[in-house]
Design a binder for this molecule. Structure first.
Ligand code: DSN
Length: 407
């Protein structure tokens, strides 16, 4: 009974994903070949340790796969060392923090409202509980990074670690300026490129690997790989990082996911992938221009990547309500804090939109404009249930044109 129920729910999820327009900026669709690695029986194996240095027998193929993943990750990002075992971006960040900091050390990082991540020092996360956190914000007038303000904070608080990296920052980041600041106050620098990894590895965003002490990322967002994290660092930190991932904070690694990561790195090295990332940028431009035409207030005025952050205050609706009503029309977005938000993360003033899913599905520019118009129409007519149903039908028709996984 339960088995049938679960299998049916999984089938329903497949149909649901095909019939929804997913604009959640942290989600994407990997190639089918990567999905196939998830269910391979290599996932049955325990492989604590690292290639050639395991605590279990029978891992010769696991070793080979992980060694390939490590080499490909290093090649893709131009990094000296890669640890491909972190189960997620948060685990990757946790390993870096615990590897180089002691409890109570000071971290300088962005707050949630400025687009920072929970694992960068939020008080509800391990990062905020074990360490002394000083947050920097965006510039209040431009909603862009204010490097000089960050420099002032660094001089004042002398953090042991500076973290830069965002979950909802739509603009380019000058990582080298952070390196300059970190160097001035003798801090470690961690660049979290979870969202923009695909942009970094294709040269469409500055790559911090040659100068940052640590770079962490997730493989499932703009990289289009399996859900997971990795850490890149200089050779001088390799042992510290590896020992902190295992046995420090994780047990057995997910061998099937590491196989998926290896394939994802290989695919990201191809020219095709660079074209995909360029299309992401083009699609974001089409999307935010249509939203501006529909009188939406776009934080920072635009986007250089796959993220568009909308300030909904001029529409008299909060992010939570907007997320809920759009979900009824099969459009998925997520509620998000905007810079200097007076509201809580539960009912923030904004929504975050991402162009990963629709770019992977190869939406035409015309349909992207149509989606922006539908969002506008729904948010301007919140109570009109008939309109929502009518839009949902249109959304489903658009989705039929762009199957995620063609048989
Ligand atoms: N939850 C991811 C995001 O939405 O950006 C980051 O962990």
């Amino acid at each position: 009974m339960t088995v049938t129920k679960i299998l049916n729910l999984l089938k329903e999820e497949e149909r649901y994903q095909e019939n929804t327009i997913n604009l959640i900026a942290s989600e994407n669709y990997p190639e089918k070949i990567i999905l196939q690695t998830y269910s391979n029986i290599i996932s049955n194996k325990y492989s604590e340790g690292y290639p050639g240095k395991r605590y279990y027998s029978g891992v010769k193929f696991v070793d080979e796969i992980e060694a390939i993943a490590i080499e490909k990750a290093k090649q893709l990002f131009g990094a000296e060392h890669a640890n491909v075992q972190p189960h997620s971006g948060t685990q990757a960040n946790m390993a870096v923090l615990f590897a180089v900091l002691n409890s109570g050390d000071t971290i300088l990082s962005a707050d949630l409202g400025s687009g920072g991540h929970i694992s960068h020092g939020n008080k509800f996360s391990f990062s905020g509980k074990f360490f002394n956190i000083v947050h920097y914000n965006l510039d209040e007038s431009t909603n862009l990074i204010n490097y000089e303000k960050i420099r002032e904070l660094a001089r004042k608080y002398k953090p042991k670690l500076i973290i830069v990296g965002y979950s909802s920052y739509p603009r380019k980041i000058d990582f080298s300026k952070f390196k300059e600041i970190a160097g001035e106050v003798n801090s470690y620098l961690l660049c979290d490129i979870a969202h923009i990894a695909g942009f970094v590895c294709t040269g469409l965003h500055q790559n911090p690997c040659s100068f940052a002490d640590f770079v962490t990322l997730t493989t499932h967002k703009s990289l289009r790989g399996p859900k997971g994290g990795i850490i890149l660092c200089k050779n001088k930190y390799a042992e510290q990082i590896d020992r902190m991932v295992f046995p420090g904070i994780q047990g057995g690694s997910l061998n099937n996911i590491i196989a998926g990561k290896a394939i994802c790195f290989e695919l990201a090295l191809k020219n095709e992938f660079k074209k995909y990332i360029q299309t992401l940028v083009d699609n974001s431009r089409v999307f935010y221009q249509s939203l501006i035409k529909n009188k939406f207030d776009i934080v920072s005025g635009g986007s250089d990547n796959h993220i568009i952050l909308i300030d909904l205050r001029n529409k008299n609706i909060d992010g939570h309500a907007a997320q809920e009503v759009l979900e009824k029309a099969n459009i998925l977005v997520n509620k998000n804090l905007i810079p200097f938000d007076k509201n809580s993360p539960v009912k923030p003033s904004g929504i975050r939109i991402g162009t990963l899913g629709i770019t992977t599905r190869k939406f035409s520019k015309k349909d992207i404009i149509k989606v922006a118009d539908i969002i506008s129409d729904i948010l301007n007519n919140l109570k009109d249930e008939n309109k929502i149903l009518e839009k949902r039908k249109i959304v489903e028709d658009i989705c039929k044109k762009y199957p995620i996984y063609k048989e």
